[in-house]
Design a protein around this ligand. Sequence first.
Ligand code: NAD
Ligand code: UFG
Length: 337
Amino acid sequence: MGQTILVTGGAGYIGSHTCVELLNAGHTIVCVDNLSNSSPVAIERVQELTGKEIAFHEIDLLDAAGLDGVFAGRRIDAVIHFAGLKAVGEGQAQPLRYYQNNVTGTLVLLDCMKRHGVTDIVFSSSATVYGRAPAPLREDAPIGAEGVYGRTKEMIERILQDLAAAEPNWRIVLLRYFNPVGAHESGRIGEDPRGIPNNLVPYIMQVAVGRLDKIRVFGNDYDTKDGTGVRDYIHVLDLASGHLAALESLPKLKGCRAFNLGTGTGYSVLEMLGAAERAVGKTLAHEVVDRRPGDLAVSYADPTRAKTELNWTAKKTLDDMCQDSWRWQSQNPSGYE
Ligand code: NAD
Ligand code: UFG
């Protein structure tokens, strides 16, 4: 039966794709986003794709009174909490802003949920909480994020675990995403980073569309199949369906449980570049430069727990990811602008 889901950060990259899946599954969405890293056009396009309305509120999570108004006078069944700042380098340079936005923002949200009797939440965590633990990463691997951004995720995970331990009526899912890429197959919504992209696939796609010169491969002397970094890239629609599976699991859930959302397969930077060239239909200029400080050689999930307990697996291939990213980028060369 359709539920009413409060989606924080629903105008963002992963949030907008998850909204499409939620609406298509018959749920009603109330969305809160301050648009600090997103465009209202994303919400319009989600409505256009699904033919359904979203109750959108341009509100900052730090605005407790504003948030209270969103909860007041309606029944909310569960929250999916995407809202957060996520740029690793920016987090190192602006720790107070990152801790305030991500950690305090979550505390304000949880407090508001509690006051309104809403105790089901799915939280966007990250594989970055595993720090340098070796792949394949299982959910019971030791946690220890290295940077500010990762530590905001680790702190929020701990807050949620403590909350579930103290107040057994809470049901909490921590989703640890690996590397989300790709776009909706319509080409209408996708990832639209501000400024020069930090992440590999948006960077490649901006080279392909002529906005950037050439791809810089950050090191080819890692101990990997071809010397370049290996990651578990996951299609954003597979990630979106993981959120539906998490929501469905809530009624049976006791307390707080973490799940990896990854494919379980790692691909190198050069393999990703090859798949992008196949999708785009031309060779893309690249050069090998120094390693990027802080990067891991290899990171990929053991996705067994999500398969066993959520009945979820990722289905889309590396070629699907690149074809869909390219459709989005080529149809929207300047993103939502
Ligand atoms: P995004 O920046 O596209 O989306 C986040 C959204 O949250 C944006 O629309 C932004 O405007 C909003 N937001 C930020 N702070 C807010 C605040 N204080 N109040 C209200 N809205 C606020 O990022 P995304 O890639 O869609 O990521 C979604 C979530 O998943 C984030 O929490 C991110 O840390 C996490 N995550 C992302 C990745 C990734 O590689 N994309 C990997 C692991 C985890
Ligand atoms: N890379 C390049 N050139 C680029 C960008 C990236 O060669 O221009 C390489 C990186 O060295 C890495 C791979 O491509 O080997 C993927 O890099 P991304 O920046 O796309 O992704 P990361 O795995 O570094 O980062 C992701 C998330 C972060 C999270 C981090 C740690 O984007 O939010 O994983 O888990 F913190």
